[in-house]
Ligand binder design. Structure first.
Ligand code: FAD
Length: 499
């Protein structure tokens, strides 16, 4: 058996790893147009700093991430977030305020911090408290996250607390984002307990949420990273594959289904557009950008037949490649929209930071009209990421709020972000260096109706036994979801090929 995996991100690597377990005699080829494997996961080491260019940790409540790390011998490398600063700031009128303790994504665990927070007006607090008495929705129909939060907790809680938190994580427009596809547990809380506040308080009383009551923002105690960076997970996966399996720097340009039922792939050596490059923009600040040098065109094209194929490419790319052989499926895939983000990392000496941060980062509401979506105090969240006496901050820009920023060249974006963060965070002097990554069209948007769309896609994909889809566009964007998607794709092919 000859099997092609398209895309060597965490989804494609997980699929290849599982295929090798299930079909040890199969020939597996993993193609990626970039000059490295890992997809958006990329750890840089520079001057003693550890810089994550996109994802910087993953959740443990979805087991696939931790399980795979342990299976690959990385269990000892798992590190938890710093327990002293598991809180989030929100910006209001250009200043940082801590989110009320116990306010997690879309619901308050404790009432007192909500009652005294300066972020909400007395009217906003009153409206949030009325959540206890608002009748629960009983049907199973989808709605936007914005609609859900305004309906339950009111406009102020939505605009000042939830919108910045969720936009920061999903780079998404809350007016379009599906609550059932993105954070269904909150609708379950409403259905089962009649109110989000009541549901959280019951969890607290049952002592299941005591550890959450002292946190705010994300449930930080449930996240881990790897001491040597998330690229070490991709390295460990790549090591389990035979050397000729990884076809890095080779782009799949065309796919055809042959009369014999095989998949004919046309591939070419990629241009260098996505290689990492370095640009010095001033003597003080050097910028590393992942968008780079002029393309080197190549005519080295190959074609090869495969018995089966796994798509672990971003879904807009899978859709383009499937247009000729499975047009209906390609059409459905094209309905999933994508947003991009830029991640800028700034390094400092600790004495440049004039305040003691009590949170892991900050989020910025849309109403602030800031170029920054969110920021993360990277070396406070995980202390091993900066040498003693240094500090590392990551800034996110772009998403659906300002898509143009996700594409803005480094020499224009960095000064814009630096001027803004300097105002908000009151940092002295200039950064030691800055690293920027542009991730264009990498974040699928789970809009209202996403679950039904995915059902249609899966029905069409299942009608073709030699094709499987993996990646972040279907059942969750997080790393553990991607790993699971790769495993399931491999299992589907193995079940249909090994009869
Ligand atoms: C800025 C950012 C922050 C994030 N933060 C977190 C976080 O903290 N925690 C978390 O769990 N998740 C996070 N995520 C989400 C998570 O990192 C991603 O969903 C996941 O890594 C996607 O993996 P993937 O393999 O599905 O796709 P990708 O990593 O996008 O890989 C797809 C690969 O396909 C290749 N490709 C595309 N077209 C072709 C072609 N024609 N031929 C060959 N190869 C092709 C690409 O080069 C790419 O390498 C974040 C994502 C981003 C962008």
């Amino acid at each position: 058996m000859n099997i092609a995996v398209l895309g060597a991100g965490i989804s494609g690597l997980s699929a290849a790893y599982r295929l090798r377990q299930l079909m040890p005699n199969a020939t597996i080829r993993v193609f990626d147009r970039r000059n490295r494997y890992g997809g958006v996961l990329e750890t840089l080491n520079r001057n003693g700093f550890q810089i994550e260019q996109s994802a910087d940790n993953f959740i443990t409540t979805i087991p696939w991430g931790v399980k795979l790390c342990k299976e690959l011998g990385l269990g000892e490398q798992l590190v938890q977030t710093n327990p002293l600063v598991r809180r989030t700031y929100v910006v209001r009128s250009g200043r940082l305020y801590l989110l009320p303790d116990g306010f997690l994504m879309m619901a308050p665990t404790k009432l007192l911090p909500m009652a005294v927070t300066p972020i909400l007006s007395p009217f906003g607090k009153l409206r949030a408290g009325l959540e206890l008495f608002i009748p629960a929705r009983k049907d199973n129909l989808d709605e936007s996250m914005a609609h859900f939060v305004r309906r339950r907790l009111g406009r102020e809680v939505f605009e000042r607390l939830v919108e910045p938190l969720v936009s920061g994580v999903y780079a998404a427009d809350m007016e379009k984002l599906s609550v059932l596809a993105t954070l269904p547990r909150f609708r379950e809380m409403e259905r089962d307990h009649g109110s989000l506040i009541r549901a959280m308080q019951k969890q607290l009383a049952a002592n299941r949420a005591a550890h959450l009551a002292e946190q705010s923002g994300a449930r930080y105690s449930m996240f881990v990273t790897l001491r040597n960076g998330l690229s070490s997970l991709c390295d460990a996966l790549a090591k389990t594959l035979q050397p000729e399996t990884l076809q890095i720097g080779r782009e799949v340009t065309k796919i055809q289904k042959t009369a014999e039922g095989q998949w004919l792939l046309e591939t070419k050596i990629s241009d260098s557009r996505t290689a990492t490059s370095q640009t010095a923009v001033s003597q003080k600040t050097s910028i590393i950008s992942n968008v780079a040098s002029p393309p080197v065109k190549s005519t080295f094209v190959e074609t090869e037949n495969f018995d089966a194929i796994i798509f672990a490419t971003p879904i807009h790319e899978s859709s383009r490649l499937l247009r000729d052989s499975m047009p209906e499926l390609a059409g459905k895939l094209a309905k999933i929209e994508h947003e991009g983000t830029a991640v800028a990392t700034f390094a400092f000496n600790l004495d440049q930071i004039k305040q003691t941060f009590r949170g892991m980062g900050f989020v910025v509401p849309k109403a602030e009209q800031s170029p920054i979506l969110a920021g993360s105090f990277s070396s406070l969240k995980y202390e091993h990421r900066a040498p003693d006496g240094k500090f590392l901050i990551r800034i996110f820009a772009g998403g659906s709020r300002s898509p143009e920023l996700a594409e803005l060249p480094a020499d224009r974006l960095i000064p814009l972000l630096w001027a803004e963060m300097r105002k908000i965070l009151k940092i002295n002097g200039e950064p030691l260096f800055t690293v920027i990554a542009h991730w264009s069209r990498t974040m699928p948007q789970y809009h209202v109706g996403h679950r039904e769309l995915v059902q249609d896609i899966e029905t069409l994909a299942n009608s073709e036994p030699t094709l499987a889809l993996a990646g972040n566009a279907f059942h969750g964007v997080g790393i553990p979801n991607c790993i699971q998607s790769g495993f399931l794709a491999a299992e589907k092919l193995s079940a249909s090929l090994v009869k």
